[in-house]
Design a protein around this ligand. Sequence first.
Ligand code: GSH
Length: 219
Amino acid sequence: MSLTLYGAPLSPFVRKVRLFLAEQALDYHLEMVTPWAAPAWYRELNPLARIPALRDGDFTLADSSVICQYLQDKHTDRQPLCGSDPEARARVRWLEKYADYELAPLTTFGVFRNRVLKPIMGKASDEAAVQAHLEKLPPHLDYLERALGDADYFVGGALSVADLATVCQWVNLEYAGETLDEQRWPKLAAHYARIKARPLVRDLLTGERQVLAQLCGAR
Ligand SMILES: N[C@@H](CCC(=O)N[C@@H](CS)C(=O)NCC(=O)O)C(=O)O
């Protein structure tokens, strides 16, 4: 096994793949690439210079969803984190896409980027923009609260990429000082706590918090 994951720990998309790799017990090496300072060679892996990308021997590919799906297809003996039948797989893809393309613009690119990344880079947070993004979040949380219902996991009664992708967005929100209101979205808040309590998730987040503290302390 010679997997190299390129990216930086605080990206929700990198986190999604790292959690996937951890839950699948796949060994990998994380090579640090930050999107705003990506070396020229990285564009061969992803011409968009976005993180993450993966190298598996001579084979390289980009995009967290594509990477997770590739790993699942390759390691058929591992637990099915992308769904175990056509309906479940479709549902997982939908919720993953929802997290990556509907939540991330608000949670990560709207709130986290302003409150955390910008100050680390010596820039001021645009609090008006943060509030505008936060105001758009409740309908998405209402939808996900209904989608989860009384289940422990979003799809098929077991952990899947749908759980990882949504939780990865809440982590960035939390790093930015926001919490899911457990009075208004009790099922979602309990789901977040449940996934965070998984030992592999807890360990990864402990490491991330150390990175975050170092970056914030260094500014
Ligand atoms: N759909 C991509 C999104 C990746 C992405 O947007 N990553 C961010 C970091 S959180 C990035 O590299 N942004 C740099 C840019 O957009 O220029 C994936 O799932 O991997």
